[in-house]
Write a protein that binds this ligand. Structure first.
Ligand SMILES: Cc1ncc(COP(=O)(O)O)c(C=O)c1O
Length: 421
């Protein structure tokens, strides 16, 4: 099946006489005829037993997303942050380190640099555009993973997935990609050698600003048996001697994440949330196409305005990431554009208040056009140095094109720019 078909038909497969629409299974529990059957489930978890770590409705959505990404299994989480955190905790323990691009979402920078640090896990930040020798030099014997964003929020730099997959694999560790902005419609990181994909489903996948969520997808190709990941290949005494590579085969990463991390943290979405997420997923392919068209026109328009110093949109031929975008994002670069207002922080703040159609909100990737000033909002917890490393200027505005008529979006920008002249 192609992506449009997967969006509509993957996941829920009704049998004869069953509902045509994926039902909401609003139950925490599942009933069995015998105690032995439940005991067997602990040995081989091939049915639902408790909704802290699996549920039939969520399961259908997990299958759909795994299918769209071309992975072998997926696990939904209660937020994108939880997906990013679990993607690392599934590999690293206190005393380990991992490498992450510095140009990633500010909340993830904080999660990695502060919260994981408190758990004894070191994040080594790198410039994703550095050459291979410089990146290789950052690896330590305890480094267990590499993490980057396909399209960085809000710097809109394009991550060279293939380059990093080769480097990570040469060091015997997996590459994790946050594919939130691109979605599997615009880029499939597994095709370029990534091993794990995470998403904030709160963004394009949900698409309608209805609820937060996240997902982790397992590419199923990483060899956990390389001596660096004994937690995958040796018995887990906290789960009566389970060996994840034996029990789950190619889906060992998600199997372990579910049986260890979801069991203990319980950050699993509700069936109702999964139902709403599925509605967003059903139209993802058609929406992404229109977001990209709208954003391209808006980016071209912004490039003609003197009030704007720089427009960052990799779809533009003049953008420094255009070459990488042609390779990784040939169908478009999402609906998000970042631009620097001439005059810095004060002018950007004025512009923020001048929009009439674009909504001022802490959100991105919605059907409604929305704007945000990262330096004073989402990224205000970052130091000036971290801001620069994340590719953010004080005058930067993140503009998320919605699905309104593009002429209305452009007219709104036009009137707002006139007001700050
Ligand atoms: C690229 C990216 N990853 C992860 C997250 C965190 O997701 P959530 O807000 O769903 O926890 C965000 C949120 O903006 C994001 O933009």
């Amino acid at each position: 099946m192609r992506d449009e078909t997967k969006c509509v038909r993957s996941g829920y497969k009704p049998k004869n006489g069953e509902p045509g629409v994926m039902p909401i299974v609003q139950s925490t529990t599942y009933v069995f005829d015998t105690a032995e059957e439940i005991g067997d489930l602990f040995n081989f978890p091939n049915a639902h037993m408790y909704s802290r770590f699996s549920n039939p409705t969520v399961d259908c959505v997990e299958k759909k997303i795994a299918d769209l990404e071309g992975g072998v299994a997926a696990m939904c989480t209660s937020s994108g942050q939880m997906a990013s955190m679990m993607s690392i905790l599934n590999l690293c323990s206190a005393g380990d380190s991992f490498i992450a691009a510095s140009a990633i979402y500010g909340g993830t920078v904080n999660l990695f640099a502060v919260t994981l640090q408190k758990l004894g896990i070191e994040c080594i930040f790198i410039d994703q555009d550095a050459d291979e020798a410089e990146i290789n030099a950052k690896f330590k014997p305890n480094t267990k993973a590499v993490f980057g964003e396909t399209l960085a929020n809000p710097a809109l730099s394009v991550f060279d997935i293939e380059k990093f997959a080769k480097i990570a694999h040469a060091h015997g560790v997996p590459l994790i990609i946050d594919n939130t902005f691109a979605t599997p419609i615009l880029c499939k990181p597994f095709d370029f050698g990534a091993d794990i994909v995470v998403h904030s489903t709160t963004k394009y996948m949900d698409g309608h600003a209805l609820q937060g969520g996240g997902v982790i997808v397992d590419g199923g190709r990483f060899d956990w048996n390389n001596g660096r990941f004994p937690e995958f290949t040796e018995p887990d005494e906290s789960y009566h001697g389970f060996v994840y590579t034996e029990k789950f085969g190619p889906a060992a990463y998600i199997g372990k994440a579910r049986m260890q991390l979801m069991r203990d943290y319980g950050a699993y979405p509700s069936a109702n949330s999964a139902f709403l997420l599925n509605l967003g997923l059903e139209t993802l392919a058609v929406r992404m196409e229109r977001y990209c068209q709208n954003a391209m026109k808006v980016a071209e328009y912004l490039s003609t305005r003197d009030e704007i110093e720089t427009v960052r949109y990799p779809g533009l031929k003049t953008d420094r990431y255009h070459g990488l975008a042609q390779k990784y994002l040939p169908a478009g670069c999402s609906g998000v554009i970042s631009f620097d207002v001439r005059g810095g922080r004060d002018k950007a703040a004025k512009l923020m208040n001048a929009f009439r159609l674009a909504c001022r909100e802490v959100h991105v990737a919605d059907i409604r056009t929305c704007v945000l000033h990262p330096a004073s909002m989402t990224h205000r917890q970052l130091t000036d140095e971290q801001l620069v490393a994340a590719g953010i200027n004080a005058g930067m505005v993140r503009f998320s094109c919605g699905l309104e008529n593009v002429d209305d979006i452009i007219e709104d920008i036009d009137q707002a720019l006139e007001k700050i002249k």
